[in-house]
Structure formats: structure tokens, C-alpha cells
Design a protein around this ligand. Structure first.
Ligand code: GTP
Ligand code: SPV
Ligand code: MN
Length: 585
């Protein structure tokens, strides 16, 4: 990199950590910003960012009477979701990234993306965003710094992570002890899909993302750090970084079981995490407490249990389908201080999306007068960004430095056929096989065709930062003397009848499945064995919103179709053959 003079406005030093200052200098020399701003995470800073974005049109003010502190961002129409085909894991050895990732040699990747970064921040401000993934005082938390030229990203990072002064202090403290922080460099570039890359360098604990301003492509604390880089670190350090929600299920007796659940993108994590139990359960005293809705870091504790934290501090949730009937907690959460991205607008400037209610929107997600001929009014991957603390079911245990002990792990996918409403794995190794075999129909959370069935092991296909064979072996390794592992289950809310409609009512009714799961953990419910695993006994799970024949279809398992599914799973495992543990072979 060329040595260039510092721009006038650049502070001599933004941090007590030389390694951080040097890196910021190095990036500034490459990207040539007009200004550098070190984020302190304060309210005043957020207000100034928002004011700037309102002035230049990056944000649009929503109806402040109905939605105080809420704004709309319309992204570039070519930049609306994660881009898996442009996402790379750049390890020295190609095989370490595995067939589950796109790979590029680190030197080649740096050269390719640095050429794009060259001078890209001219006329822009370079923001330095120190952040902590997890409770600020938790030994399970990990820190990073994102450098970005997008004020929208800075504002989203402030809602999604613990940013600012406290995070910087921890980074400096740890840096003095030689502990590295994850370095994430981001620029929106020209938002040109042909000049877009999301590069990960797990061996260097660094990320370089260019050409997108959307979600997981740009908020680097989320998928890039907390899943791809963290999964790599977790393997080395003996823990798990997973695409899972975490909820606490409190029984009428006041006992709380924590459950972690891995469903692929747009397959129901946020909804399950914020579930409101049906009236009859509420009356008895059942409660759901939300710890996290997307990512879970689990560490084995001294007691042999897995202890989990949610590394995030906010939700980047799917808007379409969110309503007073499906997810009232989410709706209550996003009534104020929320950034909406790519939703539609009503005539009185309120955010709107398909499934919210029966109003007719005035403008679609691109700001055009709404015309059904143009497709849905809200983009199918339109989202809200909001602080987790605003959720009525938010649990203070999300701030617990020790995390919460996990009683059950639940895998699940979007499967129109075959996979039953719920089953339990016979033991840990079987549970790992169930997770590794997961299938799900693709959704709008990533670009590409939707509704295509693909294997998505542990919901980590787009997010595991290393070879799936090594990953499955890592999962199996937790079964060791002294371990008190969670029981493993599999659910499917998305079975369809011959008329194409969902057989199971889902949402709040999923409480009935959670209760069965916790009942199994406590030894209160019997089960019957089947090809796929342990099924509930007939009548153990019923719903007033599910007719008897639908219930029988959705809770049962068609053994005649199992051999074909198993053959398909074997074919999928074949791709990881060279590193596949014998137990999964
Ligand atoms: P990411 O944020 O992409 O990781 O998604 P997620 O897994 O958190 O999915 P989310 O809870 O946002 O749900 C995605 C879509 O599935 C929304 O449109 C929901 O309304 C819908 N959905 C969630 N739970 C259920 C359910 O139990 N049944 C049905 N039919 N749809 C559901
Ligand atoms: C997902 O796709 O799983 C998400 C949204 O949670 S994004 O942050 O864009 O990855
Ligand atoms: Mn997700």
C-alpha cells in the first residue's frame, strides 16, 4: 500500500491500541476518505447520523405519530438480500473451506478486493465502529471493529450490536493482552453486482465486503463475524457458533428450560423466539422469554452443560408475514425507534407489508405507486432493524455474562412433504446426523430462486466458515465423558396438504410442540420409534386450529418414503466424504 499523508481532519489517534490505529491508517491510505469518524455509540451520534441520512434521502421519515423514531430505507433494487455466490471463504488450503463454501486463495482475494477498495471512499466519511458480540462483560463475548463508509450500516450496527465506547475499551484492554479483534472492512462501493464480494479470511480473523449495503452482506458483526469467522474460532477453541434462536420456556411451576433452534433463513426463528402461548397455556402460567432470534454461541460449562449467549443486541427481522395474529410481540417491538428497509408505505406514511393487515399500500418498496402488476408491495426480504430490548418478551438473561444453559436443541426446515411436525433424535450422534441431513426450501433471504429444496445442514450452509466434514466431527466431539448435552429434536411447521395450504397452524400453536419437547426433556412424555426418530404418541399434540386428518398427516411419518430420502441424504454426504466422520458415513 502507498504511504499517503493523512487527510486533514483525521485525528492523530482514535484509540489507545496501536494495532487499531495502524489498521485505520492503512485502510484510509487505501480508500482515501474525506473524513474519519470514530463512533462512540452515543444517542447524539445516532441522532446526527439519522439527520444526515434524512437530509440526503438515505432515510425517509415515517409517520411519527404512529411510529416515533422510525425511518424507511430503500436499498438499491439490485441489492436486496445476501449474495451466496459472491461470498468467499479464503483459507490457505482450499480443502479447509470445504465444498460447502466458495473459495479463493487469500492473496488473490486480497488483491481482487483491494483493487475495488482503492480510493472508494473519496468524498465519503470513513466510520470506525468498535463492537462487542455478546454481553460486554461476558467471557463468551468476542469483539470486532467494522470500518464502513455507510451511515446506514453504522446506524444498523448500533441497533444490532453493542457498539461504541464500552466495546472500544474492551478491545483496547484485550489488545494490550495480545488478544486480537476481528477486522471488518466494508464499502458500499458502486452497488454494482458485478463489483461485489463478501470475503472472509478466517486465518487472519478478517472480513472484506465490497459493493453491497444490505443485511448480512454489510452488517459485518452478524453473519460474517458471528457465524463464518466465529464458527472457525469456535472449532479451534472448543465451542459452537450457530444459526439459532434462543428462548426460555417457563412452566407454571416456574422452571425455565432454554431451547436453541436452528432453522434456515426466513424459516421461523424470529417468530418462534417471540412466541406468545395460546390462551389456555397463558392461563396456566406458561411463558416464553426471548434471548435471541438468529445467532447462538454455545460453550461447554464446568457443569458439563452447554451455556449459550446471543451475540447480537437487536433483530434484523423479516417484515412480510409479521402481523398481530402471527407475531404480536414483533409488532409491539417495532412501533418505535426502528429502521425499516424495503417495506411499502400506506397513504399516511406508515410502514406496510404483505400479511400485515388488509389495508392497500400507496407506494411499493421502490417508492412507485403501488400496482399489483409490479409484484408484492414490500420486497419479500424486506426487514426491520430494532433493539432487542424493545421486545415485550425480551429476557434480562440475554445480558447474563454466563449465558443460559441449553436443555434442547431443535433443528428444522421448510419441507412441504415428508418431514413430520416433530421428532426427537435417539441420542447425540443421531441428532448430529439429523442436523447434518436437514433439508429446506430456499427463501428470499438470499438472491436466487426461491422454493427449491436444498440440503442446509444445521441451517449453516451459507454460514459455516470451514469444511462441513470437520464441522460435523466438531459437533460429534461434544459427546464426551462428563458432558450433559441437550436433547436434539427436529420440527417442520411447513408441511402442505394437496391443496397447497399449510397443514399446521404454526406461530403461537407451535407452543404445543415446545411443550412436548420440554416434556421429553423432563421425562413426562412417551414416544414411539420410527425410521426418522422418536415421534409423539397419538393425541400427545393436538390443536383446535388443526383438523384431525391434517393432524394425523402432519404428526405421522410415511415410512415408505424414507428409503428415497435416505438415499438423497447419502448423496449429499458424499460431497464431504474426504473429511466425513465415520459415524455419519
Ligand atoms: P432470518 O432472519 O432470515 O434468519 O429468518 P427467520 O428464521 O428468523 O424467519 P422468520 O421468523 O422471520 O419467519 C420467516 C417467514 O416465515 C415469515 O414470513 C413468517 O411469517 C413465516 N413463519 C414463521 N413461523 C411460521 C410458522 O410457524 N408457520 C408458517 N406457516 N409460517 C411461519
Ligand atoms: C439470514 O439470511 O439468515 C438473515 C438475514 O438473518 S441477513 O442478515 O441478511 O443474513
Ligand atoms: Mn438468519
Amino acid at each position: 500500500m502507498n504511504a499517503v499523508p493523512r487527510p486533514q481532519a483525521m485525528p492523530a489517534s482514535g484509540s489507545r491500541l496501536a494495532a487499531l490505529n495502524d489498521w485505520v491508517d492503512e485502510v484510509a491510505a487505501l480508500t482515501r476518505p474525506d473524513r474519519i469518524h470514530w463512533c462512540d455509540g452515543s444517542d447524539g451520534e445516532y441522532a446526527a447520523l439519522v439527520a444526515g441520512m434524512l437530509a440526503d434521502g438515505t432515510l425517509i421519515e415515517l409517520n411519527q405519530d404512529t411510529h416515533p423514531g422510525c425511518y424507511l430505507h430503500r436499498s438499491d433494487p439490485d441489492d436486496v438480500a445476501r449474495v451466496e455466490h459472491l461470498t468467499f471463504v479464503c483459507t490457505r488450503e482450499r480443502d479447509d473451506a470445504g465444498p460447502n463454501n466458495h473459495w479463493m486463495a487469500p492473496d488473490e482475494a486480497h488483491a481482487k478486493v483491494d483493487a475495488l477498495f482503492e480510493g472508494c471512499m473519496r468524498g465519503r466519511t470513513l466510520y470506525v465502529v468498535p463492537y462487542c458480540m455478546g454481553p460486554i462483560d461476558s467471557p463468551l463475548a468476542r469483539c470486532g471493529v467494522e470500518i464502513t463508509d455507510s451511515p446506514y450500516v453504522v446506524a444498523n450496527m448500533r441497533l444490532m450490536t453493542r457498539t461504541g465506547a464500552a466495546a472500544l475499551a474492551r478491545i483496547e484492554r484485550e489488545g494490550a493482552q495480545g488478544k486480537p479483534f476481528v477486522r471488518g472492512l466494508h464499502s458500499t462501493g458502486e452497488l454494482d453486482p458485478d463489483r461485489r464480494f463478501i470475503m472472509h479470511f478466517p486465518e487472519e480473523l478478517s472480513i472484506k465486503s465490497y459493493g453491497s449495503g444490505y443485511g448480512g452482506n454489510a452488517l459485518l458483526g452478524k453473519k460474517c463475524h458471528a457465524l463464518r469467522i466465529a464458527s472457525w474460532q469456535a472449532r479451534r477453541e472448543g465451542w459452537l457458533a450457530e444459526h439459532m434462536l434462543i428462548l426460555g420456556l417457563e412452566s407454571p411451576e416456574g422452571k425455565t428450560h432454554y431451547v436453541a433452534a436452528a432453522f434456515p433463513s426466513a424459516c421461523g426463528k424470529t417468530n418462534l423466539a417471540m412466541l406468545i402461548p395460546p390462551e389456555e397455556y397463558r392461563r396456566k402460567g406458561w411463558k416464553v422469554h426471548t434471548i435471541g432470534d438468529d445467532i447462538c454461541w454455545m460453550h461447554p460449562g464446568e457443569d458439563g452443560r452447554l451455556w449459550a449467549i446471543n451475540p447480537e443486541a437487536g433483530y434484523f427481522g423479516v417484515a412480510p408475514g409479521t402481523s398481530a395474529t402471527t407475531n404480536p410481540n414483533a409488532l409491539a417491538t417495532i412501533r418505535r425507534d426502528t429502521i425499516f428497509t424495503n417495506v411499502a408505505l400506506t397513504a399516511d406514511n406508515q410502514p406496510w407489508w404483505e400479511g400485515l393487515d388488509d389495508r392497500v399500500p400507496a407506494l411499493d418498496w421502490q417508492g412507485r405507486p403501488y400496482d399489483p402488476a409490479n409484484g408484492p408491495a414490500a420486497h419479500p426480504n424486506s426487514r426491520f432493524t430494532v433493539s432487542a430490548k424493545q421486545c415485550p418478551s425480551y429476557s434480562p438473561r440475554a445480558e447474563d455474562a454466563r449465558g443460559v444453559p441449553i436443555s434442547a436443541i431443535v433443528f428444522g426446515g421448510r419441507r412441504a412433504t415428508l418431514m413430520p411436525l416433530v421428532f426427537e433424535a435417539r441420542d447425540w450422534a443421531h441428532g448430529v446426523r439429523v442436523g447434518a441431513s436437514m433439508g429446506s426450501e430456499t427463501t428470499a433471504a438470499a438472491t436466487g430462486q426461491t422454493g427449491v429444496m436444498r440440503r442446509d445442514p444445521m441451517a449453516m450452509k451459507p454460514f459455516c466458515g470451514y469444511h462441513f466434514g470437520d464441522y460435523f466431527a466438531h459437533w460429534l466431539s461434544f459427546d464426551r465423558p462428563g458432558a450433559k448435552l441437550p436433547r436434539i429434536f427436529h420440527v417442520n411447521w411447513f408441511r402442505k396438504g394437496s391443496d397447497g395450504r399449510f397443514l399446521w397452524p404454526g406461530f403461537g400453536e407451535n407452543m404445543r410442540v415446545l411443550e412436548w419437547i420440554v416434556g421429553r426433556v423432563e421425562g413426562r412424555h412417551a414416544a414411539r420409534d420410527s425410521g426418522v426418530g422418536l415421534l409423539p404418541l397419538e393425541g400427545a399434540i393436538v390443536s383446535p386450529d388443526c383438523a384431525a386428518d391434517a393432524l394425523a398427516a402432519v404428526t405421522g411419518f410415511d415410512e415408505t418414503r424414507w428409503p428415497a430420502e435416505q438415499a438423497e441424504i447419502a448423496g449429499h454426504m458424499e460431497a464431504y466424504r474426504e473429511r466425513l466422520p465415520a459415524q455419519l458415513g
